[in-house]
Design a protein around this ligand. Structure first.
Ligand code: NDP
Ligand code: GDR
Length: 324
């Protein structure tokens, strides 16, 4: 019998790549997705990967416990991946309450649905390097203290600790992946890498002249979503649930990441980049650099795709998309 997985956030970047990976591994993949008035559900990313017909979509929302319980009863999953969230840090100052409800309390709803159903499903929580925030250690590991710097990060920290608490309180096989930034051609346009690769493609094609950014001195440890969803799956294959940092161990400024994109397109960054104070955040996470040693030692996870390869892939994908 094929294993069954339930993925919340199936319409997002990671949901799409995780679904693809699980289908390749022979899973029956169920995805929780929100209905909208414009389309039944937005399957654009699954369509991009050509897997929209293979994933079984269930209407649902992380705020709706009874719907989640019903989904657990119907699907009876072996593995639950909780990827759903209001995931854009900047929006979390604009919508702090919604972010707290979806990104924080939403985790309680999914964990409760697993517990109330007396399910022995293994659970994955999408925790974030944003939880480190104002860090005091040059390289962040599972033991680095947290200091969240946005309503999003505070909500993620709640979800992180609740996952640990349900593991310790009820014996759930619940793991958290503390994932550092990861990107791909399927990344939302509001995030900085995709904003940059989209703008570079537009400038190259004569459709735009400038790119406006905020703090380009911020440093991030960027990996590829495809590599990172593999780590999620690997975590749930371990006999004992635990928490793991998933990162590349290399940090780069936003400015240098931009240069990779501009250089690939044969453009000069100084001719197009404008710094716009409006795009600065109320509080910034200046630098993130993760230590993925534990994941490497425990289950042999390592990233395969470099930042340069990923940015080039994203620029090429945006050029193709915009040329159509
Ligand atoms: P996306 O923003 O691309 O996807 C978020 C998903 O959550 C979408 O499918 C969205 O659905 C869904 N969602 C939002 N609100 C609700 C709700 N109320 N009920 C049900 N679903 C909802 O994020 P990513 O794929 O990049 O990230 C996946 C997870 O990993 C997120 O939890 C994110 O916070 C976390 N994370 C991401 C990192 C990254 O660098 N990408 C790093 C660390 C953690 P819809 O399409 O309807 O909006
Ligand atoms: P982040 O990603 O906040 O790290 O959260 P984002 O790409 O939004 O920002 C990265 C850094 O770039 C700086 N920046 C800009 N960012 C955006 N979006 N737009 C701009 O114009 C801009 N100019 C400069 C930001 O200030 C920041 O320092 C992502 C999300 O996926 C979270 O859900 C996830 O938890 C973390 O990564 C790890």
């Amino acid at each position: 019998m094929a294993k069954k997985a339930l993925v919340t956030g199936i319409t997002g970047q990671d949901g799409a790549y995780l679904a693809q990976l699980l289908l390749e591994k022979g899973y029956e993949v169920h995805g929780l997705a929100r209905r909208s008035s414009t389309s039944d559900v937005n399957l654009t990313r699954l369509e991009w990967l050509g897997i929209e017909r293979e994933v079984r979509i269930t209407d649902g929302d992380l705020l709706d416990l009874s719907g989640l319980v019903r989904t657990m009863q119907d699907v009876k999953p072996d593995e639950v991946y909780n990827l759903g969230a209001q995931s854009f840090v900047k929006s979390s100052w604009q919508q702090p309450i919604l972010t707290g409800q979806v990104t924080g309390l939403g985790v309680t709803n999914v964990l409760e649905a697993v517990r109330l159903e007396k399910s022995d499903a293994r659970f994955y929580q999408a925790s974030s390097s944003e939880m480190y925030g104002l860090i005091q250690e040059p390289m962040q590991s599972e033991t680095t203290p947290f200091y969240p710097r946005s309503p999003y990060a505070v909500a993620k920290l709640y979800g992180h600790w609740l996952t640990i608490n349900y593991r310790e309180s009820f014996g759930l096989h619940a793991s958290s992946g503390i994932l550092f930034n990861h990107e791909s051609p399927l990344r939302g346009i509001e995030f900085v890498t995709r904003k940059v690769t989209d703008a570079v493609a537009r400038i190259k094609l004569g459709m735009a002249k400038e790119l406006r950014l905020g703090n380009i001195d911020a440093k991030r440890d960027w990996g590829h979503s495809k590599d990172y969803v593999r780590a999620m799956w690997m975590m749930l294959q371990q006999d004992v649930a635990d928490d793991y940092v998933i990162a590349t161990g290399r940090t780069t400024t936003v400015r240098d990441m931009c240069k990779i994109a501009f250089n690939h397109a044969g453009l000069n960054i100084d001719d197009h980049l404008i710094i716009d104070p409006v795009l600065f955040r109320p509080a910034e996470v200046d630098v993130l650099l993760g230590n993925p040693q534990k994941a490497k030692e425990k289950f042999g996870w390592e990233p395969k795709i470099t930042l340069e390869e990923m940015i080039v892939e994203m620029v090429e994908a945006d050029l193709k998309r915009l040329s159509k």
